[in-house]
Design a protein around this ligand. Structure first.
Ligand code: NDP
Ligand SMILES: N[C@@H](CC=O)C(=O)O
Length: 410
């Protein structure tokens, strides 16, 4: 089997190592030897010093003209030129295995159509939650399972940062540099911090769970930008852990909604102890109850593992597998507690804003830097930072330490 590899960074290198490491097993399973025919990179200088046994080029013409690949792996990232290159191979009838969530979320519909018309696959197991085999699970073992909601910690970098800051007291910048060194972050880490990466991923999951692509303009995206240290501290004092959470739910009548936002997790929820680069996904539906998966969400080995297994999974079906069209189940109405944070300097305006929307304030806590108002409802919004609480958390049950930093006042 002749492989063309687009990209030789964290993931591309992982693919080569994984193929080398399990070469014998792969040969046995596929009944043929896997050979990496050519690797496309961008910056030749960067790779010049390396002793290479592979054919590595930065010339697209050279790479594309080889064209007798049986499969192409795409680990470049971003929209262009990944889109052009993927299209090129699919149109030639060459299947593509991708790790590129941005490309799948933005152009997946069109690329899948091309693949289907050529009776080949365009697959992207590694694009969502790194090493967790969620895509082929949804399309395979759960393909007729009614799903009402899917919730996930889908970005390894932000989860790693939040964990490092909490457990080691490092700064966000220090933790981000470490995440970059470990190969977890996107080439532009704003994609992680501002929630874009998780936004692409939840849009892909929503399509697989509910059968159609959501209008991206209607998928809310909030990253960690508005979260301040005192918000996290207050949450911690109240037994809550901050995570960047993506959710998609089926509302009935063909309507689904999705969002990415920071959320406080109560300590009875399966996500509470999901730390570091680990991702977790909770799938809910009437026949399965709650199904929770967790595993490495980023990094060379885990992501490459998903790409190689994706190839094997797809090869078993020789492009003839019928894909799940999403079996929706209407989500039950749920009301959550929300924290609305108002810094000291905004207090006068803040309380008026909080009360304006007929919000019932069920509790209020103080911190030297501001107040938090706890309200209960659905989709609460405010001009002030709002953080939803996920899990079973009730202010009436909370025992707050009565130290000066925080006082229970309602
Ligand atoms: N890192 C991770 O843990 C995970 C990453 N992914 C996804 O995998 C993809 C790759 O990520 P990652 O390996 O981390 O990224 P890297 O930045 O480490 O590697 C990107 C590779 O693509 C090459 N490249 C970039 N632009 C071009 C271009 N225009 N033409 C040819 N080659 C190009 C780069 O070349 P050069 O070496 O010359 O710079 C580099 O080899 C992304 O879509 C990412 O979202 C998915 C899951 C996990
Ligand atoms: N930058 C991404 C990489 C995997 O998709 C992340 O941190 O999750």
């Amino acid at each position: 089997m002749k492989i063309g590899l687009l990209g030789f960074g964290t993931v591309g290198r992982g693919v080569v190592e994984r193929i080398q490491m399990t070469n014998q097993q792969l040969t046995n399973t596929l009944s043929q030897q896997i050979n990496i025919e050519a690797v496309l990179i961008k910056n030749h200088q960067k790779h010049q010093a390396e002793k290479q046994t592979l054919f590595v080029t930065n010339d697209w013409q050279v790479f594309s003209q080889k064209c007798d690949y049986d499969v192409v792996f795409e680990a470049i990232g971003g929209l262009e030129p990944a889109y052009e290159y993927t299209r090129f191979f699919l149109e030639k009838g060459i299947p593509v295995v991708s790790a590129n969530k941005k490309l799948v979320a933005e152009k997946g519909s069109e690329l899948e159509e091309i693949a289907e018309s050529r009776n080949i696959f365009y697959s992207y197991e590694a694009a969502v939650a790194g090493g967790i085999p969620i895509i082929n699970l949804l399309e395979g073992s759960l393909s007729t399972t009614p799903i009402s909601k899917i919730t996930g910690i889908l970005n390894g970098t932000t989860n790693y940062i939040l964990t490092e800051v909490k457990e080691k007291g490092v700064t966000v910048e220090e933790a981000l540099s470490q995440a970059q060194l470990l190969g977890y972050a996107e080439s532009d880490p704003k994609d992680d911090i501002e929630g874009y990466d998780a936004w692409y991923k939840i849009r892909i999951l929503a399509k697989l769970c509910f059968g159609s692509w959501l209008n991206p303009n209607k998928v809310e995206r909030k990253g960690l930008n508005d979260v301040q240290q005192w918000h996290i501290e207050l949450g911690q004092k109240l037994g809550l852990t901050l995570k960047l959470v993506a959710e998609a739910a089926y509302l009935g009548d063909g309507e689904a909604k999705a969002e990415v936002a920071p959320a406080f997790i109560s300590n009875d929820h399966p996500f509470t102890y999901v730390n570091g680069v680990t991702n977790a996904i909770l799938i809910e539906g009437p026949t399965i109850g709650q199904l929770c998966l967790q595993g490495p969400g980023a990094g060379k080995e885990a992501t490459a593992n998903s790409m190689v297994e994706d190839l094997l999974f797809q090869s078993n079906y020789e492009g003839k597998r019928s894909k799940s069209s999403g079996v929706q189940s209407e989500v039950a109405n749920s009301f959550n507690h929300y924290f609305i944070f108002v810094a000291n300097e905004d207090l006068q305006e803040g309380i008026l804003e909080v009360e304006k929307d007929d919000n019932q304030i069920c509790a209020q806590y103080s911190h030297p830097e501001g107040e938090v108002y706890v309200v209960k409802g659905q989709d609460i919004t405010s001009p002030f930072p709002v953080i939803k609480i996920i899990g079973d958390w009730d202010p009436a049950q909370v025992k707050v330490e009565t130290e000066s930093a925080i006082l229970f006042s309602l």
